[in-house]
Design a protein around this ligand. Structure first.
Ligand code: OXD
Ligand code: MN
Length: 620
């Protein structure tokens, strides 16, 4: 059969099209696959309880081995969970299509189930833990009949880090197992780290696809129990429980209790031609370019400068010798695909050319993947993310705007050599940034720690396709943690302030905005590699060599403080993007007030004072 026919045939089959067919039929592994039970009695008891409730056909104990992975890939191909891509074009890579009703995180169905509503705070959906457990148990009753229940042991963080956490995820989705193997350090390493102590700390995560019905889709967190239950979805952010659920929501709760920070931040290293290296952590909301920034290639003019990636989405930071040190708890990248190209992010392109699990991108007739914004002309024909024929004349997008790649971090050609360092990397600067068409200048620096916390707390961004709901609306997203803070946001702000008091050598705090537009509606700044110019200014400030002028909002670079050599942007655009408009800032100040007021009295006094000081500086 011709390759093209082959791929078109495959495209027509998707498990969710056939409503009579179970979307997750059981697998029967041969001996020595799926039988490596851990010894810890607490894990065994919990698995038994969940099996009693969900009644799977069999239990599969994952060990993360290559054999296991090969077996599960083969089964997933047979069950149409995966489509194999052209081995020559994208070796060892696969395409998965999620149900079209299930393509993004569902913030409206995400709950923090603390004993009181107040503990979850004004920005989270709250539900009573006892009621929620019983509602979910009802849904999970017999939910895995005819299915295999997979038990995935994993750790978040480098194996020898004091911050590292153990988790176990139970799931009936093969796609989840295959993705968790990429996104976490999975298998034996976790079983070893947990050991035999039945009282050891570990996260209990239960996931079932159920019937992927949006009316029965809930992502629930029980911080006090270190437990997560996710039902009714197969989309990464809702079901790879290591990521948003453990590393951020439960993680932030544990971090406050234990005195560290769990943040929605990339971590990158930047090394000068002289070999001087700094690490920075940056919080941008979902789909606002964290992966691009973490893999940035400096423009030609910055010959000899090197940027390396520690993490692209999550930073866990603790205090060591008076400084913040960060680790990336993850093992892979779950990045947004559309817009990724050799022009925008060559390192991401190199990372996803092999050993990659794609979700909801288009399939070309020769078995390759395609998406809007990929280099070169669009294919004349493809199968879109829903499995339908697509041509450049189609009105629909070929790839879903939130289509994703899951790829091991080791694929990244600029992976930082210290990514496995248990003590973490020392952080010189923290950067906050949103997607704002107006008001926020390209970059500025906070006057001090508490002012920096205020910048983070009042951050706003235009919404993206990473979560269901309207796209392009400005919403406050404090520290890019609005959907991910697992407890009361007021207590979270307080925790940041308290951490600051314990730092003898705190990172400097900055705000950036790559997305400001001019009057013609066009972006003023080219972004991508040219963001190195801003990064360089930030490093200069850390080194105390960079210039800035004092302004009401903080230290602002003037055009000669930023290296703009060989940049093809008109000077008037530079002046505009570096400047602040007092009228716009009056509106911004009012928006800060409205936001703080909407939080119903939880905002720490220190931040209310910061707002007053900001307002006063504008009046001077
Ligand atoms: C992500 C997100 O997937 O933030 O990282 O939605
Ligand atoms: Mn994210």
């Amino acid at each position: 059969m011709e390759c093209s026919e082959n791929y078109q045939l495959l495209a027509l089959r998707a498990p969710w099209i056939d409503i009579m067919k179970d979307i997750a039929p059981a697998v029967s592994p041969p001996v020595e696959i799926g039988d490596r039970k851990p010894a810890n009695q607490a894990v065994l008891d919990w698995v038994q309880d969940v099996a009693k409730l969900t009644q799977p056909e069999n239990v599969f104990w994952c060990d993360g081995s290559d054999r296991e992975n090969e077996f599960l890939i083969e089964q997933s191909l047979q069950q149409d969970v995966l489509i194999k891509l052209n081995e020559k074009k994208v070796p060892r890579s696969y395409l998965h299509r999620s149900n079209p009703n299930d393509v993004a995180r569902v913030e409206q169905f995400t709950f923090i189930c603390t004993p009181t509503k107040e503990e979850a705070g004004p920005t989270n959906n709250w539900s009573d833990p006892a009621e929620t457990y019983s509602k979910l148990q009802e849904m999970l009753k017999g939910a895995m009949r005819g299915r295999t229940m997979f038990v995935i042991p994993y750790i978040m963080g480098p194996p020898d880090s004091p911050l590292t956490k153990v988790g176990f995820e139970i799931t009936d989705s093969k796609y989840v197992v295959l993705s968790m193997r990429i996104m976490t350090r999975m298998g034996e390493v976790a079983v070893k780290r947990l050991g035999n102590d039945p009282k050891a700390e570990w996260n209990r995560g239960v996931h079932s696809l159920l019937d992927v019905d949006p009316t029965r889709r809930f992502i629930c967190h029980f911080p006090q129990d270190n437990a997560i239950i996710s039902v009714g979805s197969g989309y990464g952010g809702n079901v790879l429980l290591s990521k948003k659920c453990l590393a951020l929501r439960i993680g932030s709760y544990l971090a406050r209790k234990q005195g560290w920070l769990a943040e929605h931040m990339l971590i990158l290293g930047v090394e000068s031609p002289e070999g001087k290296k700094h690490y920075v952590a940056a919080a941008f909301p979902s789909a606002c370019g964290k992966t691009n920034f973490a893999m940035l290639i400096p423009p030609k003019h910055f010959d000899g400068w090197k940027v390396t990636t520690v993490g692209d989405d999550i930073a866990w930071m603790r205090i060591r010798d008076g400084r913040l040190h960060a680790v990336n708890p993850e093992n892979g990248y779950f990045g947004v695909v559309p817009g990724t190209s050799y022009k925008s992010n060559p390192n991401a392109m190199k990372s996803i050319e092999h050993d990659t699990l794609y979700t909801n991108v288009a399939l070309t007739d020769d078995g390759n993947v395609w998406w809007e914004g990929k280099d070169g002309p669009p294919p004349k024909h493809a199968i879109d993310w829903k499995g339908n024929d697509w041509t450049p004349d189609s009105k629909e997008k070929a790839a879903h705007p939130n289509s994703r790649f899951a790829t091991p971090m080791r694929n990244n050609p600029v992976l930082d050599p210290d990514v496995e360092k248990g003590e973490g990397v020392p952080i010189s600067a923290i950067i906050f940034g949103g997607r704002r068409s107006d008001t926020l200048p390209l970059a500025f620096q906070a006057f001090d720690w508490n002012h920096g916390v205020y910048l983070g707390a009042t951050m706003a961004s235009e919404t993206t396709a990473a979560a269901t709901g309207a796209v392009g609306q400005v919403r406050r997203d404090p520290m890019a943690m609005l959907p991910f803070c697992g407890y009361n946001i007021g207590d979270y702000f307080r925790h940041w302030i308290e951490i600051g008091k314990r730092l003898s050598n705190p990172p400097l705090i900055f705000n950036v905005n790559w997305f400001r537009k001019g009057e013609n509606g066009k972006f003023l700044w080219p972004g991508f590699g040219d963001n190195m110019r801003v990064l360089k200014w930030i490093i200069d400030r850390c080194e105390k060599t960079g210039g800035a002028v004092e302004s009401p909002i903080g230290w602002l670079p003037s055009p000669h403080d930023v290296d703009l050599e060989e940049l093809d942007v008109e000077h008037k655009c530079i002046v505009e993007i570096l400047g602040i408009d007092h009228e716009e800032w009056q509106k911004e100040l009012n928006a800060h007030k409205t936001f703080f007021d909407s939080l119903g009295g939880v905002v720490p006094e220190e931040l209310l004072k910061q707002r007053e000081k900001l307002a006063a500086r504008f009046k001077l």
